[in-house]
Design a protein around this ligand. Structure first.
Ligand SMILES: C[S@@+](CC[C@H](N)C(=O)[O-])C[C@H]1O[C@@H](n2cnc3c(N)ncnc32)[C@H](O)[C@@H]1O
Length: 323
């Protein structure tokens, strides 16, 4: 049977697309079904503005985070410092969750040249002329590193931060500071950088045995409830890891506004055989104690709220002291 040559009837005007307000709406990225409040939030002016800002910054970050900043980069990009309000994120991050973090399988596999391109070895471009020796664990918005940079020009300083947006902020802050201070005698911020990482899991993947001279724990998350204490950044097991990456004579600096957490850290550090408590004279005279007391964002918040700050520092003992 031959096929009919009759044209199929085609409606001249398409069916009108009626928007059904009851129809489910899904998140464009996660695909999760959204409730009324979430829809309102995603279509609000402030949300759209924040997304636009983040997209622009992300592009800039992609272009500049791994390059040695030169004069030419100043013309192509704004050198404004990032605006913290666009990087808001939940205050706490569960350190036991799977954050899909990238980390090297060993320190030898870590490519530091991307973080500190200014210090690339002219004889071997796959290496730096120096190693990271100062670590700020849970660096937050990076205030400590920014103030340490000019005081420790000879050292490379690394912040490790678990929250994505907070890490992005610090990266953008460092790019802007490097641009603004390209020819500065005072500080050029080439010696600081940040990585997104979980210090409770991967520290020995980044640092070799005895590599670090100083480790800072500034205003760590307090994890108040007893069942959450295991999430604290200082525990007996973690202290052994910190002792491993810290060189003999190196120093752990702690500061918090939470007395209970302070007592917890002091107890664990006092009990650990590889650490020795430093006295008040050290606290009064050490430049890092002065800097960490006033430079971090959390510390400034505590100052505004007239809270207390509890400080203790510990020296890494030689292994022979416990043998
Ligand atoms: C209360 S804030 C203090 C930030 C900064 N040190 C300051 O004083 O302003 C604690 C920071 O540690 C980060 N953090 C918590 N657990 C972490 C972990 N396991 N590894 C890396 N960063 C962590 C949090 O995301 C948060 O930014």
């Amino acid at each position: 049977m031959s096929e009919s040559t009759e044209p199929k009837s085609v409606s001249a005007t398409p069916e009108p697309q009626v928007h059904n307000p009851e129809a489910p709406v899904y998140h464009p990225v996660t695909g999760k079904k959204l409730n009324k409040n979430e829809i309102q939030k995603l279509t609000s002016e402030s949300y759209i503005k924040r997304q636009k800002y983040r997209t622009e910054q992300e592009q800039r970050r992609k272009n500049l985070k791994h390059v040695r900043i030169e004069e030419e980069h100043l013309e192509q990009n704004t050198t404004d410092l990032p605006k913290k309000r666009f990087y808001r994120q939940r205050a706490h991050s569960n350190p036991f969750s799977d954050h899909r973090l990238e980390y090297p399988i060993s320190p030898a596999h870590m490519d530091w040249t991307k973080l500190y391109p200014y210090y690339i070895d002219p004889e071997d471009s796959s290496k730096l002329t120096k190693q990271v020796t100062i670590a700020d664990i849970g660096c937050g918005f990076g205030g400590l590193m920014v103030d340490l940079a000019p005081e420790f020009k000879e050292n490379l300083i690394l912040g490790m931060e678990i929250r994505v947006q907070v890490t992005n902020y610090v990266e953008d802050r460092i790019i802007a500071l490097r641009q603004q201070n390209l020819n500065s005698e005072e500080a050029n911020y080439q010696n600081i950088n940040v990585i997104r990482g979980n210090a409770m899991k991967f520290l020995p993947n980044f640092f070799e045995k005895s590599q670090l001279e100083k480790i800072f724990f500034c205003f760590p998350d307090p994890h108040f409830k007893q069942r959450k204490h295991k999430a604290r950044i200082v525990t007996n097991t973690l202290l052994s890891e910190y002792a491993y990456v810290l060189k003999e004579g190196g120093v752990i600096y702690t500061i918090t506004d939470v007395l209970d957490l302070h007592e917890w850290m002091v107890k664990h550090l006092d009990e650990h055989p590889l650490f020795e408590r430093l006295d008040e004279e050290f606290e009064k005279t050490d430049p890092c104690v002065r800097i960490m007391t006033h430079s971090t964002e959390e510390g400034k918040k505590v100052e505004r709220n007239k809270g207390s700050k509890y400080i203790k520092c510990y020296r890494r003992l030689p292994n022979s002291a416990v043998l």
